[in-house]
Design a protein around this ligand. Structure first.
Ligand SMILES: [Zn+2]
Length: 135
């Protein structure tokens, strides 16, 4: 099939989205793991996921597929946030420290203090005062 033909074929179909990409990657991991360990049910599960991904990509029920994808994105969101924060913490390790407010759970970014002892922080969001060890 030519590129144009493929484009025409895909008109009105859901196409690939993050969930389908996720399913394809999961299916590759499963069939690979299954083959190495010799557990055929895992290989089969991999094929099922691949089938699901193809079904979703070719599906004409675009609204339904979009809402499925939305669920995945919503599920991933807090993980992405946590990962971003961890990345920032590592990057700013020399200059800043992050403390969690015990009142509202907000992460507080505080310029690094040298030496031992404790630090008193007032949360700008909920005004609760927290005392933490300097690290
Ligand atoms: Zn707070």
């Amino acid at each position: 099939m030519s590129m144009k033909g493929l484009q025409r074929f895909m008109v009105g179909r859901s196409g690939s989205d993050q969930l389908s990409v996720f399913l394809i990657i999961a299916s590759l991991v499963l069939s690979w793991t299954g083959r190495i360990t010799g557990v055929t049910i895992v290989v089969t599960a991999g094929y099922v996921l691949l089938g699901l991904a193809i079904f979703r990509i070719l599906s004409r029920n675009v609204a339904k597929r979009r809402s499925e994808n939305y669920l995945l994105l919503k599920w991933v969101e807090p993980w992405k946030k946590r990962l971003n924060l961890t990345g920032r913490q590592i990057k700013e390790y020399k200059t800043h420290r992050y403390y969690e407010c015990s009142g509202c759970g907000k992460k507080l970014r505080i310029p690094r203090k040298k030496g031992g002892g404790k630090i008193k922080i007032t949360c700008p969001a909920c005004r609760s005062q927290i005392i933490r060890k300097i690290y």
